[in-house]
Design a protein around this ligand. Structure first.
Ligand code: GLA
Length: 386
């Protein structure tokens, strides 16, 4: 079901008896730069056309009442609660953001909200950042406060780290706040500055959903993060006051590999090499050398598969298949890992042929249905007319 802002406003008027504003925040696909964000490194995502819409209007008290059209559930929250606790469901993203907005010194009124999304959930396309950012946008609008993209991205990340309990980096929230139509964003996750990287008109991003659900809220994602931190601890006595793997060059890592267990070394090698690949991919895209950009994507996949070990057989199958098809420049897993989607850089004229080869090949090779869709980079969070 596709819901327009107007449908959401009608539902809102029906349930709550007044008219809302409607905020929209997109999911994302990451072209390259996986797990580099929490290492102060580089990433290059683009905002998707899939998004979360949040209809909202203020209330005279300090209660938040949220209805999810997807879950058909309502949750309530008291902004004055002394010790706000997560419920371990979808509403944590909304209430976690409210808690962190208030902790940042922004005073919110109570509000009624309705959320709806078409971002595939749990597929590595940032459904969580989309609901966080769209809630933040809606709550700030209800409060009459400005939406400052980078500040809001940090607040949403804090909600996910400290309220939901997932130690994610800043990439997803950043691009959901700040995405620019027709562009990928090269984000420096240390300075939090970004550059718009124009996307050529004859290029498409083809996303293939393996339909294997990723579950990285728990152990594996946080374990990768700890391995990177361990690498920094082991290298610090040798390299001086480094803060993150961003500060380590491939040569430095190589010459000190003996100070670390092989597993930690391989985790670090992925990050250090991936940072370099992101910058290479950016230059290649800007120079119109799509084949070179594609090669960095293929190399990124190998590194995620063998060194960082965050892929799975279904995803490896999809990426390798795509890499063999004419019209595909490169293909790799996108997102946190352990399932989810691949992203391929594809010549526009080849999209239909590539899609059907992927769908048929996946059904024959793995026995599952893959959903494949072509995306054009869209804008970050904003109000949409009702
Ligand atoms: C998830 C996290 C991001 C990032 C990616 C991996 O999407 O939310 O911060 O770490 O995984 O690149």
């Amino acid at each position: 079901m596709s819901v327009e802002a107007r449908d959401l406003a009608v539902e809102f008027a029906y349930r709550f008896g007044r008219l809302p504003t409607v905020s929209r925040a997109p999911g994302r696909v990451n072209l390259i730069g996986e797990h580099t964000d929490y290492n102060d490194g580089f990433v290059m995502p683009a905002a998707l056309e899939f998004a979360t819409l949040t209809a909202a209007a203020p209330r005279p008290d300090r209660r938040l009442r949220v209805y999810s059209m997807i879950m058909d559930e309502t949750r309530e929250f008291d902004l004055d609660a002394q010790r706000p606790a997560p419920r371990n469901d979808w509403s944590d993203y909304v209430f976690g953001v409210a808690v962190m907005l208030e902790r940042s010194g922004r005073r919110l009124p109570g509000a009624d909200l309705i959320v709806w999304t078409d971002v595939p959930i749990g597929s590595g396309l940032s459904s969580s950042a989309a609901i966080e950012v769209s809630s933040a946008h809606a709550l700030l609008t209800a409060a009459g406060l400005p939406f400052e993209p980078v500040e809001v991205a940090k607040i949403c990340q804090r909600a996910e780290n400290d309220f939901v309990g997932m130690r994610c980096g800043i990439m997803d929230q950043y691009v959901s706040c700040r995405g620019v139509a027709g562009h990928a964003l090269l984000i420096d996750c240390r300075s939090l500055e970004s550059r718009n990287v124009a996307f050529a008109a004859n290029l498409r991003l083809l996303v293939a959903n393996s339909s294997v659900r990723h579950q990285h809220a728990g152990g594996e994602y946080n374990a990768r993060r700890e391995a990177c931190e361990e690498g920094v601890r082991l290298l610090r006595p040798l390299l001086g006051p480094i803060k993150a793997l961003r500060d380590v060059t491939p040569d430095q890592l190589e010459s000190h590999r003996r100070v670390m267990p092989d597993l930690i070394y391989r985790r670090c090698r992925h990050i250090v090499a991936e940072n370099a690949r992101v910058l290479e991919a950016e230059s290649a895209l800007l120079a119109g050398d799509f084949a070179a950009c594609g090669r960095t994507m293929n190399a990124s996949h190998v590194s995620m598969r063998d060194d960082f070990e965050i892929t799975c057989p279904e995803i490896d199958f999809l990426a390798s298949l795509a890499q063999t098809i004419e019209g595909v420049y490169g293909s790799r897993m996108t997102g946190g890992g352990f399932g989810g989607c691949t992203v391929s850089l594809v010549e526009a004229s080849a999209v239909e042929r590539v899609s059907s080869i992927l769908v048929d090949g996946y059904r024959i090779g793995i026995g599952l249905d893959a959903e494949v869709f072509a995306c054009s980079p869209s804008d970050g969070a904003r109000l949409i007319p009702v």
